[in-house]
Design a protein around this ligand. Structure first.
Ligand SMILES: [Fe+2]
Length: 283
């Protein structure tokens, strides 16, 4: 039994989602893939929004999710390490190149901009670097809620199937800790943590593997534009403010508390020091 499987903090209920992973989301996607072109052509206007006889615009049919199946959590495991570097590429050693792309959504299927994703994984030999930050990195989704991670296919280690760890957080919201899995892995059948809902879609090319996975966070969303950083009015001197490039070690005050910067970054609304312990350590 590995350390991850024996971790007393493991939440079995969170990982043992019953069923075969078929959700309305997947059925919709399957229908879109399987449908002949005329069906898709006919369906597109409805998906893109339609009008009632009175001319009132209808909301688009939710595609990413029907509100009841946010991405399930999984245990963190023993190898998470805070304060990873901000980067989208972590080609830190030999291995098959892997490009993972996706979008972070909320429950209303609207993308979440500036969501924080923190990835960590084993190297090609199945070893985690717990000394430095090889194969560890965090990034933010862009204005369309999209992210891209360029890394390698992680190696296997005893007791687990192939996987990538990730923490995903909408600004100011709770952290989703989970793991992503690879299709066609023999050990998927024997790893008790494996959950098919967390399978990436993976395409193999002569030079690399291309994976996709969309996260759905348990974040309620109301109609309207996705909140964006607007709080640019500088508060009193010496306090944290948005839009500033902070270096490691920089000290700020926020809400009568003092913080030290842990990771060099450009500050954003929603990632104020109390909301971002990965970025700011209270002192
Ligand atoms: Fe792991």
């Amino acid at each position: 039994m590995t350390a991850e499987q024996s971790d007393p903090t493991r939440d079995g209920d969170a990982t043992a989602e019953p069923g075969n992973g078929i959700t309305r989301k997947k059925l919709l996607k399957a229908a879109m893939v399987a449908a002949p072109a005329p069906f898709l052509v006919g369906a597109l206007p409805a998906l893109a929004g339609d009008r009632t006889p009175s001319g009132q615009s209808l909301d688009p049919t939710p595609f990413c999710d029907d509100g009841d199946d946010p991405t399930p959590p999984q245990m963190e495991g023993p190898y998470f390490k805070p304060n990873s570097p901000q980067r989208t590429t972590m080609l830190d050693g030999n291995g098959t190149r892997l490009v993972l792309t996706g979008t972070v959504y909320g429950l209303a299927c609207r993308p979440i901009a500036n969501a924080l994703l923190d990835f960590w994984q084993a190297d090609a030999n199945g070893v985690y670097d717990n000394t430095t930050y090889r194969f560890r990195g965090h990034q933010y989704t862009n204005a369309q809620g999209a992210f891209t991670l360029t890394t390698i296919v992680p190696g296997l280690y005893p007791g687990r199937t192939r996987h990538i760890h990730v923490k995903v957080q909408a600004p100011g919201r709770p952290i989703l800790t989970t793991q992503l899995y690879f299709p066609g892995e023999p050990r998927n059948a024997t790893d008790s943590l494996y959950n098919p809902v967390l399978l990436m879609s993976v395409q193999t090319t002569p030079t690399e593997r291309r994976a996709t996975f969309d996260f759905v966070l348990n974040v309620n969303q109301t109609p309207g534009p996705t909140p964006t950083a607007t709080g640019t009015t500088p508060p009193p001197s010496g306090t944290w403010r948005a839009g500033v490039v902070y270096a490691v070690g920089a000290q700020v005050s926020y809400g009568n508390l003092n913080y030290r910067c842990q990771i060099a970054h450009t500050s954003q609304v929603g990632w104020e020091p109390p909301n971002a312990p990965a970025l700011w350590q209270q002192i």
